[in-house]
Design a protein around this ligand. Structure first.
Ligand SMILES: Cc1cc2nc3c(=O)[nH]c(=O)nc-3n(C[C@H](O)[C@H](O)[C@H](O)COP(=O)(O)OP(=O)(O)OC[C@H]3O[C@@H](n4cnc5c(N)ncnc54)[C@H](O)[C@@H]3O)c2cc1C
Length: 500
């Protein structure tokens, strides 16, 4: 096999947020760094490129955000009502939504390092702004909810553009159209990476490898094998390149698989969204996130989840899966004129599929669902709605009574024309199964021992998310474990270099 002309201290496999966090962190420590990205230059950046840029950190209180926001003017701070959100709240959220299954040591790293990592990202040119989807105007105040008040400037596109620029400035080498295929080891330590480029294999010598090449959500075969046959039909919301290659490579090299291999993050997405993420239309424009304010029915006109169980940030990652279980994997989000003005920006886009009607009967016809059943669902729901103060910025407890499934918050009657129905299906975002790493991002073998010079970051880290996940944690986890893996790899490389 051909050998590449140059050797490296650190090779990072993957080209998303976790990969570039790792590459820049290692480069900052003086390492010679190569990033190997499977995508072409037109299809680079992974799922990170497709994101809304929402990023969850333990900011503490509003003061903690002053040096983070680049767009909020001093005079606007008086108008902000910001709940406290520190390490404890973040950690508790992870444990709550994963039913206590998240690996405590990893959750601790993520939550404790989130804020310092945001400051580090800023120091490398990543810009953060107000997350406009996470507050409601109330008594002339911006009332934030859900622990996610920050997003990256220009979403995932802005994030990745900042990383590419910085990597270039720092002298990180990047190979596009290059797929990592296997790890080369000697005496239980990494010595190289085999890659495939233009159909040709070559070996690149290196002292360490950081695997940051995502999960297996874009592999139809692996989705069916690990998550279930029905996942064949899921829309892939992000890159086509995340087919689990890094997981295969790591396991083949002795890494321990861990975490929730049978589960994934999935979101309700526009029924007519592209079947796989379109790099010409990034920005997460097909998701549909305002359902806690409305109702969801399936193709038979029947409700199947508690739309108002919690804020969207804590239910959306699992409601995609519920949609997949419905006939034809199809559902409709319903809103009447009372709540229509409160919907998020994605409902305004020309890409949004919608039917609009002046009566419930007309709506059922346009949705092509059984009219009698649909009307019964709506009338039964309306009759069960309890009195109470409606407030979308808090869990208002305005609920239904005697209805299954209940609507536990934000239950308003559905009775004010015009009525809107948005057809949705299940879009898979990323998979939860990964490989075992310790709190230094070192990849562990079956004896719980680090494999010399092998690290993992981002979606490849197993054991953090089970069943569900607090929105905005994917980017944060990628950055935290990316930065950490770069630092640990640099320390390792220095130690083996000194010994030599
Ligand atoms: C539509 C959408 C919206 C989202 N919105 C948010 C959000 O607002 N906030 C949030 O926190 N999370 C969000 N997520 C989740 C988020 O994208 C991920 O959690 C995060 O980006 C993972 O980062 P990563 O670097 O691990 O993976 P990725 O960004 O997916 O990067 C993986 C990289 O590896 C490359 N690769 C794959 N195989 C190989 C190989 N064999 N060799 C070389 N390279 C390879 C891929 O091309 C890609 O560049 C969203 C995801 C999607 C799809």
């Amino acid at each position: 096999m051909e050998s590449y002309s140059k050797s490296y201290d650190v090779i990072v496999v993957g080209g998303g947020n976790a990969a570039f966090s790792a590459a820049i962190s290692a480069r900052e420590k003086g390492m010679g760094v190569l990033v190997v990205e499977k995508g072409s230059q037109d299809k680079r950046g992974g799922n990170s490129y497709f994101t809304d840029g929402a990023i969850r950190m333990a900011y503490g209180d509003l003061e903690g955000l002053r040096s983070v926001y680049s767009d909020l003017k001093d005079e606007d701070y008086d108008r902000v009502d910001m709940p406290v959100y520190g390490e404890k709240e973040y950690y508790d959220d992870i444990m709550r939504v994963t039913n206590g299954k998240s690996e405590p040591a990893l959750a601790k790293v993520l939550t404790s390092q989130s804020y310092p990592t945001i400051k580090w990202m800023q120091s490398h040119g990543v810009e953060f702004i107000v997350n406009e989807n996470q507050y409601f105007e109330k008594d002339n105040k911006m009332s934030f909810w859900g622990g996610l008040p920050v997003k990256t400037y220009q979403k995932g596109i802005g994030l990745m553009t900042a990383w590419w620029k910085r990597a270039d400035e720092l002298g990180v080498d990047v190979l596009y159209n290059t797929k990592g295929t296997s790890l080369v080891k000697s005496d239980n330590a990494i010595t190289g990476l085999v890659v495939e480029q233009d159909g040709k294999e070559m070996q690149i010598d290196t002292k360490s490898v950081i695997l940051a090449c995502g999960g297996f959500e874009a592999s139809e075969q692996k989705r069916m094998k690990y998550i279930g046959d029905e996942w064949k039909n899921a829309v892939v919301r992000g890159t086509e390149h995340n087919t689990g290659d890094g997981l295969d490579m790591a396991i083949e090299a002795g890494a321990t698989p861990i975490g929730d291999w049978s589960a994934c993050h999935a979101h309700t997405t526009d029924y007519n969204a592209p079947r796989v993420g379109d790099f010409e239309k990034p920005g997460d424009i097909y998701k549909k996130s305002s359902y806690p304010l409305g109702l969801i029915v399936n193709n038979e006109g029947v409700r199947f989840v508690d739309e108002g169980a919690d804020f969207r940030n804590y239910t959306y990652a699992k409601y995609g899966k519920e949609t997949l279980k419905q006939p034809e994997q199809k559902a409709f989000q319903l809103y009447d004129q009372k709540v229509r003005p409160l919907l998020r920006v994605e409902y305004e886009l020309e890409e949004a599929s919608v039917v609009k009607a002046d009566s419930l009967e007309e709506l059922a016809e346009k949705m092509n669902v059984p009219k009698e059943k649909f009307l019964e669902t709506i009338h039964t729901y309306n009759a069960s709605v309890q009195e109470g103060d409606y407030d979308p910025s808090v869990k208002d407890g305005k609920s239904t009574k005697g209805l299954t499934p209940a609507k536990s918050n934000w239950a308003l009657t559905f009775d004010e024309a015009p009525f809107y129905a948005y057809p949705v299906t299940c879009g898979i975002t990323f998979t939860f199964g990964g490989i075992k790493v310790n709190d230094q991002a070192e990849v562990l073998d079956s004896e719980e021992q680090p494999i010399g010079g092998l690290y993992a970051a981002g979606e490849m880290v197993g054991g953090l998310f089970y069943e569900n996940y607090p929105g905005g944690s994917g980017l944060m986890s990628g950055a935290v474990f990316g930065k950490l893996s770069g630092e640990t790899a640099a320390t390792y490389v220095e130690s083996v270099t000194t010994k030599a």
